[in-house]
Write a protein that binds this ligand. Sequence first.
Ligand code: FEO
Length: 165
Amino acid sequence: MHEDVRRKLEEQVGNEFHASFTYLSMAGYFEAENLPGFARWMRTQSEEETEHALKLFDFLVDRGIAPELSALPKPHHAFEGPVAAFAAAFAHEQGVTKQIHALYEVALEKKDYSAQVLLQWFISEQLEEEKLTGGILERLKMSEGSKSALLILDNELGSRTEGGE
Ligand code: FEO
């Protein structure tokens, strides 16, 4: 594997674990705010991000590489409210999409076809994740100022199963 591709993949393992940490931190925030549905949604999202990190990790291992991992940045844990937390989640997903696209560019440039196939899955996944977090953010904005609307949304998000809303 070309060194540039390897380095970017290793970096993305860290980015996905950082996303996992970020959502876990948000889950803690929502728990403390007595919004267990939002907290559960965030916890499920955190688990999915760990799976993303391991998917990349395993890809490197399958190619005979012992991945070199780096320290993770500290995630935010205080938010002004649910809208601010989901705005941060949405912005985070947009950032991850950029990371994946940049990684794909390197895989294209270095003609790493199997990395391209793997990354095509991530490109589709990012489309879904932006749609999901962006959609919840919009609904939260609509419910701003209404405690009952917030509780209905909390109840709805609490029924999330992995891979879905
Ligand atoms: Fe795996 Fe939501 O980025």
